[in-house]
Design a protein around this ligand. Sequence first.
Ligand SMILES: [Zn+2]
Length: 384
Amino acid sequence: MSRLATTGEVLQLIRSGEAVTRAELGRVTGLSRPAVAHRVAELLQRGLIVEDAEGPSTGGRPPVRLRFNAAGGVVLVASLGAGRTQIAICDLAGEPLARTDLEIDVEEGPDVVLPLVMDTWEKLLDGRGGVVGVGLGVPATVEFAAGRTESARVMASWTGVVIPPIIASRFPVPVLVDNDVNVIAMGEHRMAYASELDDLLFVKVSTRIGAGVISGGDILRGALGAAGEIGHIPVRDGGGVLCRCGNLDCVDSVASGTAILRELRDKGRDVSSLADVTALVRAGDAETMAVVRQAGRRLGEVIATAVNLLNPAVVVLGGDVAEMFQPLVSGVREIVYRRSTQLATRSLRIEGSRLGPGAGITGCALMVIDRVLSPEAIDGTRAP
Ligand SMILES: [Zn+2]
């Protein structure tokens, strides 16, 4: 390092495992022994690291190992879904300490939903202190920097709502809000793929379709936060379905869980939920498999374009419809390998979610932890 490493940077080295003793910190940073001691003392005093006496013995006195203290704080997280909201409190490693699911209709609006979420955090905290940040994933386009939801059609009562000040009035800590799919993509990448690859496209297929893009290891949000909003890209052979946005054959209207249900009902099948469809797929029902596979082909058209543009190493399919993975992914693969460039698909993998429904909670926690433990936040050189 060309300039002196800060306390925040020393914490980063300990968290990542790059340097875990005072001697290693000195070697990696070039700091003098007193300077290392000073920074380590500050981190110990703030409860962000702890000393582990049991280093590997080298015959003499074992060096004291320094370990990031995941118990040094708590983050409050909530992943708001159309029908179900997951709420949790996590430690500083993103591990849930307590969690619960709530059946809330997000359409009831922020005045109803946010107080309910905050009450639930209070209950889960059960008197515990040390809250360092809050993270929310919401099923809407979010202007990330402002924490403002921008999605007139989906969550009408949330349009233009700036969430952070509402939460901060009760929990005066940094509050981060992002689109639910971005958060899930981040959780999936960091917990299941980070050691293998840096470029991942996560596509969530539930009642709606959305995508989260991990590029070079980081979430790609775009200028205002609308990157990955693929639901209203039209497909070529959708059959002329009018989408709720007013356009024809948006992928949302011809390949989502809602669309699959509608098509099966049109064929006279008695299905009331995606769980019914999943059961039929598992039972090998030919007509249902054909409908799901066709949805996969339509989804594949949009994914093929995204693959050409982004060249991900893996496309991960998640959401409720991913339960019907086999016929869906067959349809997606068929089109993606036909329509994407050879270079982009040479080693492309298309897989089901490894993390499943917990990815939203994990992603929310990581979003907050990355921010509050960043060197800038630790050193106080930028407001967290
Ligand atoms: Zn549309």
